[in-house]
Design a protein around this ligand. Sequence first.
Ligand SMILES: Nc1nc2c(ncn2[C@@H]2O[C@H](COP(=O)(O)OP(=O)(O)OP(=O)(O)O)[C@@H](O)[C@H]2O)c(=O)[nH]1
Ligand SMILES: [Mg+2]
Length: 310
Amino acid sequence: MNQENDLESKADTVPYRSGFVSVIGKPNVGKSTLMNTYVGQKVAIVSPKPQTTRRRILGILTLVDRAQIVFVDTPGIHLPHHKLGEAMVSTAIQAIPDADVLLWLVDASRMPGGEDRQIARLIARNGQGIPLILGLNKSDLVPQDERPARAEAYLELVKPTEWAYLSATEGENRDRLLDVMISYLPVNPPFYPEDQVTDQTERAIAAELIREQVLLHTHQEVPYSVDVTVDEFKARSATLTYIHATVIVERSSQKGILLGQGGRMVKAISQGARQQIEDLVGTQVYLELWVKVRPKWRRDENELRRLGYR
Ligand SMILES: Nc1nc2c(ncn2[C@@H]2O[C@H](COP(=O)(O)OP(=O)(O)OP(=O)(O)O)[C@@H](O)[C@H]2O)c(=O)[nH]1
Ligand SMILES: [Mg+2]
């Protein structure tokens, strides 16, 4: 092989990159929304209410011949009021030192607050040496002339490796940000098969889709007092899946709200979830929902373990 050809072939080979991007931030800033848009399907539930995500969820994007980006979606970091909240926050904090790249999302439509300052301290303590990207999400809500002041306020908290105005819903800078993240990933073969998009089972996603409907249909303390377990998930035929799920609440008054007058509320939740689960599993779904009271489950270590939060 002559020298000229050798140089040419080297220029053609872009090394394959693969690694973990931990997406952290306070609740409701758009972490799960952004991950879903990159992965191209709903692997994490999303809602307008804070503290939607309760567990670490992987979203895997594989770009043939180029890179595999494993997004680690995390619960929003907040001041916890019970053991469930503590478990959520500690899950998020653990995702910091494990990352190849840290993506800190903030809500650029608001000025930084106490939670943002707390997160900046956590990053300084636990994320040393890890490339940090600051994403000013929801920039679609910020008028152009107010953007520099917002950026400046957040950049006072940290010195990121890179930062960008971003809109997970409108797509602003999404592709550019992806290129930047890939450039900081180590040269590695892929960790997961190329058709895998998450580490969750269909059963676990089904439980989350039911909880998402609860978040959308209920208010005040109720959505936060709810958890969902799928007790049975069975293919009845090639075209029908049977699912039995339990919605747990903390008080009987909450059970009443979830059932609704004449069972109207539980019916609406069930209908909304069923459609989404049908899209997920690709068959018709028969979904049976039960509502059960488990007093103070969010403060009960054994319950949290049973529900897989510990
Ligand atoms: N306008 C606007 N809204 C957004 C954007 N990204 C997310 N949202 C909305 O913000 C809300 C919260 O989004 P999530 O993705 O659930 O936020 P999260 O950070 O995962 O929240 P937690 O799981 O509670 O920590 C939803 O109503 C989204 O539709 C954005 O770029 N612009
Ligand atoms: Mg989330």
